[in-house]
Ligand binder design. Structure first.
Ligand SMILES: Nc1ncnc2c1ncn2[C@@H]1O[C@H](COP(=O)(O)OP(=O)(O)OP(=O)(O)O)[C@@H](O)[C@H]1O
Length: 274
């Protein structure tokens, strides 16, 4: 078979398209391991001896009052903020405190910020296409011959995020909720092992919240998902295990029922909602 035939043969799966055996080793432990992590800003301990482990494929919700340290914790995981002390490991092989932000992203940690940042003038499809092109693990020079495989992957993601019917519409016309799903789809294009999602349902309608709950729960198992959210109804609808942060440490951990009945949690946080 000539090289041209090989490259255009749709039945052939090229080596660079098959998922590489994950470099993240979770055979003997969690996908994310944080121990004794602390960071101070001008003498104020935003994170204070934080211990947290996330299992491979787990969906974890993180709650906590304003200023509890949720954002700072995600900044530490993604390499944006360096802690003063502690350890942060991705699987058993990767010491995240020795890596920079782009390398951590490339390793498979995706972060969804609260505000959607899709490219409004581009179509839904083009946004997903662009996200794939941003994957540094794919050699840019090979992109031209991967069009068919790109399309399959994009179609798969479009179905997951429920935007098939809008694939050729500019992202600017999407509702707030649809933009959030598109952005989650853009992260999924890069096949992250761990997805950090910050307040996904802020500003969403009830219906959009239900759809987001379905989307996030459908991701669990395939990747690990950490959701930081203030909306207790939403957390209850998706949560298996909930971690309550307070003053930079874990105050309680367990099912939503366990943490919402915990007297310490009621006192510092849920009490406000009860
Ligand atoms: N770069 C910084 N410089 C100084 N203080 C900071 C900085 N980043 C965070 N803080 C402080 O650290 C504490 C924890 O903030 P963080 O944003 O992590 O909390 P949060 O749980 O995400 O709160 P929210 O729910 O309001 O988003 C807050 O008191 C905040 O003011």
């Amino acid at each position: 078979m000539s090289i041209f035939e090989q490259l255009t043969n749709r039945d052939q799966v090229f080596d660079f398209l098959t998922p590489v055996a994950s470099p993240v080793d979770v055979r003997h432990g969690p996908i994310l391991y944080m121990e004794g992590v602390s960071v101070s800003f001008d003498g104020f301990k935003a994170i204070n001896n934080l211990n947290l482990t996330i299992d491979d494929g787990e969906l974890r919700c993180i709650i906590g009052p304003n200023g509890a340290g949720k954002t700072t914790m995600m900044d530490i995981i993604t390499g944006k903020t360096r802690p003063d002390t502690g350890s942060v490991w991705f699987g058993s092989r990767h010491n995240l405190l020795r890596m920079n932000e782009p390398d951590i992203a490339t390793l498979g940690i995706g972060r969804k910020f609260q505000k959607p940042t899709v490219f409004e003038a581009l179509t839904v499809f083009e946004n997903l296409e662009l996200a794939m092109a941003a994957d540094k693990r794919i050699l840019p020079t090979l992109t031209a011959i991967m069009t068919a495989e790109y399309r399959d992957r994009i179609d798969e993601i479009l179905e997951m995020i429920g935007l098939q019917a809008l694939r050729d519409k500019p992202a600017g016309i999407l509702s707030h909720g649809q933009k959030q799903w598109l952005e989650i789809g853009m992260l999924l294009m890069q096949k992250p092992r761990l997805l950090l999602v910050d307040e996904p349902v802020a500003g969403m309608t009830e219906q959009e919240m239900e759809r987001t709950a379905e989307l996030l729960t459908s991701l669990a198992g395939k990747q690990s998902v950490v959701v930081v959210e203030h909306d207790m109804g939403f957390v209850r609808s998706i949560a298996r295990k909930v971690t309550v942060l307070h003053q930079g440490s874990v105050l309680a951990e367990g099912t939503m029922d366990q943490v919402s009945n915990d007297p310490d949690v009621i006192k510092v946080y849920l009490g406000e909602e009860a």
